[in-house]
Structure formats: structure tokens, C-alpha cells
Design a binder for this molecule. Structure first.
Ligand code: SAM
Length: 315
């Protein structure tokens, strides 16, 4: 479908890939109405990362609302908009940003289809509350006639060999041979130091997370857009699945990083974690670091004895 993929800096429907080095609102103003099939992004969270200035919460929400309004204007009637977001932290108190953004989408007439929990295992260790190990992705559609290709993102069944044991279908397999619906709790490693996709950006999307949205919410040849592009992950996922990709990024070093990664993706040399790869299990992998050096073998035996006793006595 796409032979000679090129990166443009301005949006024109005839372009293939657009990497705009500047403010997303400026880019959005140049995008025709109803031309985007998927808007997917992770905006700044207003928590003082190196690429953002911490604002009063109301000002931040107003800024987000301006971007969301423009994205909705550019969204096609079959289109979807997905906002990946975490918590704002105010003096130790957490405020889940999706709860503050939700009314902006619904006031614009959008319908929420899922609030996906993205669970990962690595992050900051908190000492005065439980460490945060999930963020959310709120998915809205513009109309009821939205694109949803479930078959393209099904995941392996837990019991593929299970059959109906009675009724008219007795003896037939009871599950969908194409796999099961992935549900709304997604366990996908976040991009931390050991991740193959890690760059110098402090909070990249893993490509596999965006691939799932691109495949399920768009068709080949559609436009996928990310107003806060960062390292270009959204465009990479779009290219990989024969979609057009566009996005804006204000910080020059990230624009360069995004361009380099997009070029590598076009050349087929970008290394990414494959979709559906099981999460690394150190126990299954026999990782020796699983054994606590401060535990003696004797103590371990004693603990196991107690564990076994607990199992017997609870019956
Ligand atoms: C949370 S990061 C997104 C990371 C991205 N999901 C990725 O996979 O690399 C938000 C990005 O938005 C950029 N940004 C902040 N304000 C912006 C604006 N008004 N227009 C475009 N980009 C902006 C920041 O520099 C930052 O790289």
C-alpha cells in the first residue's frame, strides 16, 4: 500500500507521515474537519517533568480542553479518541486526571466506550501510599458507527481445547478459535531502563500498546494522530500497520529522536517488544536474583514447614 514512505512537516491529506516540530494546536488548525480516524495520546500530566511547566490545575485542564476540542473537530464520524493519563499529585494527594478530563469529552457529545487499565510493574516506590502501578486510557467515539476490529487484536484463549458438554453444540469447541477479547485490563510492560525501546525520553509509550489501538480502531490507509508525540511511538505503530501517521512535538531533541525512530521503522530496523510477548517472569526464567541472599537455607525450610502447616490446618 505504501511504497516510498516520506516524512513531511506540514499536514496535507495527500501526505503520508507528518512530524510537526511545534505546538499541537498550530498543527491541528491546519487539519481538515473529520479527517482523522484515531487520535491517541499521552499528554503532559502537569507534574513538572522536564518538558512541561507546572501550571495551576484549572489552567492545565483548560489547555487540555482546547486541544481535545480541536481533535474532536478533526475526528471522522467513525473515529475514536484515546487519552492515556495518570495522576496529578498535589502535596501528596493524588488526583486521577481522567476524572477531570471525562466531562470535557462528554460535553462535546462523545461516548465513552472503555476505561482501560494499563498495568505495569515498574515505577517509583512510594513510602506514604501504595506505589502507582497502573494508568488509564479513556476511549471515546464520536458516533455509534465507530470502527472496531476486534478480531485483529484477539489474544490466546486460556482453555482453547474446552468444548460444550451438553446442548446443541455439545462436542464443539466453546471458545472463539480466533482468540478472546483482550478485556479492559492490559498488562504491558512500561518502557523503563531494561526495555528494548528505551530512549532518553522520560515517558514513552511501548509500541505494542499503540498497535492494539491502531489495529482495532482504524483500517488500513486511515490517519492516526498524536498531538503530544514525544518519541514518535504513535506514528511508528501507524506505519507498521499501513496507516498514515501524524503528530506534533515541541521539544527539539524529541523531534530529532522521533524522526530517527520513524526512519528506522520505515527501514525495518527499529527494535521493539513484539505484541503478545508474555511478560517476563523471573521465577519461570530461573533468575538467580529471585533467591534472597539474607535467607539461609535452614530458615527457608522452616518457613515452608509453617506454610504447609497453615494449608493443613485451614481445612
Ligand atoms: C507524555 S509525553 C508523550 C510521550 C509519547 N507518548 C511517546 O511515546 O514518546 C508528552 C510530550 O508532549 C510534548 N508536548 C508538550 N506540550 C506540547 C504541545 N503543546 N504540543 C506538542 N507537544 C507537546 C512534550 O515535550 C512531551 O514529549
Amino acid at each position: 500500500m505504501f511504497n516510498n514512505r516520506k516524512i513531511a512537516e506540514e499536514f496535507l491529506p495527500a501526505e503520508d507521515i507528518v512530524l510537526y516540530p511545534g505546538d499541537c494546536l498550530k498543527l491541528l488548525h491546519t487539519i481538515p474537519e473529520e479527517s482523522l480516524s484515531l487520535v491517541i495520546t499521552s499528554p503532559p500530566y502537569n507534574i513538572g517533568k522536564e518538558y512541561e511547566k507546572k501550571l495551576k490545575l484549572e489552567t492545565y485542564i483548560e489547555q487540555q480542553a482546547a486541544v481535545i476540542r480541536e481533535c474532536v473537530r478533526c475526528l471522522s464520524p467513525q473515529g475514536s479518541i484515546c487519552w492515556q493519563i495518570g495522576n496529578y499529585v498535589d502535596n501528596g494527594a493524588i488526583i486521577p486526571l481522567d476524572t477531570l478530563l471525562y466531562p470535557i469529552f462528554t460535553d462535546l457529545g462523545l461516548k465513552m466506550r472503555n476505561r482501560i487499565i494499563w498495568h505495569f510493574e515498574h515505577g517509583l516506590h512510594c513510602s506514604r501510599r501504595f506505589s502507582g502501578r497502573y494508568e488509564t486510557i479513556i476511549w471515546f467515539t464520536k458516533t455509534d458507527k465507530y470502527t472496531f476490529n476486534l478480531d485483529s487484536v484477539r489474544v490466546p484463549q486460556k482453555y482453547p481445547g474446552k468444548k460444550y458438554f451438553k446442548g446443541p453444540n455439545a462436542g464443539k469447541y466453546s471458545c472463539n478459535p480466533l482468540g478472546k477479547n483482550p478485556g479492559d485490563l492490559w498488562v504491558i510492560p512500561n518502557v523503563k531502563c531494561n526495555h528494548v525501546e528505551k530512549t532518553g525520553h522520560p515517558c514513552q509509550f511501548p509500541v505494542e500498546l499503540i498497535e492494539r489501538f491502531v489495529l482495532s480502531l482504524t483500517n488500513e490507509g486511515n490517519w492516526v494522530f498524536d498531538p503530544f508525540l514525544g518519541t514518535g511511538t504513535t506514528i511508528i505503530a501507524a506505519i507498521r500497520h499501513n496507516r498514515h501517521g501524524a503528530g506534533a512535538e515541541t521539544v527539539e531533541k524529541y523531534v530529532h529522536l522521533a524522526r530517527r525512530r520513524i526512519e528506522e521503522e520505515i527501514a525495518g530496523t527499529l527494535r521493539t517488544r513484539p505484541m503478545h510477548k508474555p511478560v517476563y517472569d523471573p521465577e519461570e526464567a530461573g533468575n538467580s536474583l529471585r533467591i534472597a541472599p539474607w535467607k539461609t537455607k535452614q530458615e527457608d525450610k522452616q518457613l515452608r514447614l509453617l506454610e504447609n502447616q497453615a494449608r493443613y490446618t485451614s481445612k
